[in-house]
Write a protein that binds this ligand. Sequence first.
Ligand SMILES: *Cc1c(COP(=O)(O)O)cnc(C)c1O
Length: 483
Amino acid sequence: MKFISTRGGAPQLFSDVLLEGLAADGGLYVPEAYPQVSAADLACWRHILADEGYAGLAFQVLKLFIDDIPEDDLYDLCQAAYSSANFGSMDVVHVSQVEDELWLAHLSNGPTAAFKDMAMQLLGRLFEHELARRGTTLNVLGATSGDTGSAAEYALLGRAGVTVAMLTPAGRMSDFQQAQMYSIDDPAIANIAVDGVFDDCQDLVKAVNLDADFKAEHRIGAVNSINVARLLSQVVYAFAAYLQVSGDETTPIAFAVPTGNFGDIMSAYVAKRMGLPVGDLILATNENTVLAEFFATGIYRPRSAAATYATSSPSMDISKASNLERFIFDLVGREPQRAADLFGRQLVESGQFDLSGDPAFKTQRDTFGIIAGTSTHADRLATIKALWEAHGVLIDPHTADGVHVAQALRAAGATSGPVIAYETALPVKFSATIEEAIGQAPPTPPRFAGIEGAPRHVVPMPNDADALKAWLVDWLPVAAASE
Ligand SMILES: *Cc1c(COP(=O)(O)O)cnc(C)c1O
């Protein structure tokens, strides 16, 4: 299996794209074809999931895409990533039925209580494996407003050859999120609290990366949200969830996915393209409605960071959906010139593109199955409360967006039949909104007990790229020596 760029760059092996973000031509890597899975394969995977747990299924799915890592190694990496030590059970992802035709797929059982762990735990180990093979090291420099940074730190903690310096906006994350990151006590992991907002943190990362000499000399890298390995690892749980809900291998089941960067729903879409009987792909946005607008009108118009609302489902507060180009590439018939024109020219020149007149867009729902809707603060509060009062089930605000949109579309007659909603975080991460919805705080899972009181390790930093670079020059050798 080779990986191609959406903008036409030459095919690459998995190990060559693993450590990269964007392709050299500015496109995103996608598999050159979707491996096909038959009903008989699914029946076989059902047994593997039951006998070997999630790690066994992950190996089956991933080896269809990754054939340049020795199978034994890939198997071991899957076992190490998807262990009961990391995810609380061999199942890793279990499903629970909420009501007649609604299930939750629990993707938040990892170290940081959000689904980002599902990809990151494998990615950290793939990085370690590839860096060792190349005999080199990598210093990850990132910025986070919450979920991604902590998932990356917990995934890279203890991985040989990798250090992590993560910028956070000082005082602007939830107390739980701060506790989760700052309680890490490891010489190869640094939390940096920047005197500024999240955009300032991102700008600092950009500034360091723009200094090509500094970047090369200090081997600065990233754990990118568009990394193709993240996408592939997320495909696995669509299969795991389906096989636990459906008694057969042919009944279509819809998936409801709270969406920000279009990563999670893209992975469910890939599973569908591989032959999993996925019905509708229900895309939920919050008040930041860029994607719902696109699927309703064909016009994609990303917003500036300043025009992005801060909502109570903060991990979906996106101004542009960094994974969308992968889907559009398929929509336009995998023609790289079209993807390059839309994303490389039209978006850059006029800040938007319009596919409303494109026949492929008009038939998108039939061919690809995406149907979108939006959810507001009031919707998510009402959904959290309703599930809590009717069923004793407590969901986080992001998951509530997905459930709300699925229920609203069903009530409008726009979709029908069984739905699996992705549970993307645990309520404990967003306790203020939970309290607002149900009048009490969410429970703290035992594994997080006492985390808020643990000693915190964080470096204060002015909003200044030179200060950051000077600090890195001192810190990196110490961090590397500790490995
Ligand atoms: C990242 C995140 C999302 C959005 O996922 P995308 O892949 O960016 O669409 C939804 N919910 C939670 C809790 C998240 O952390």
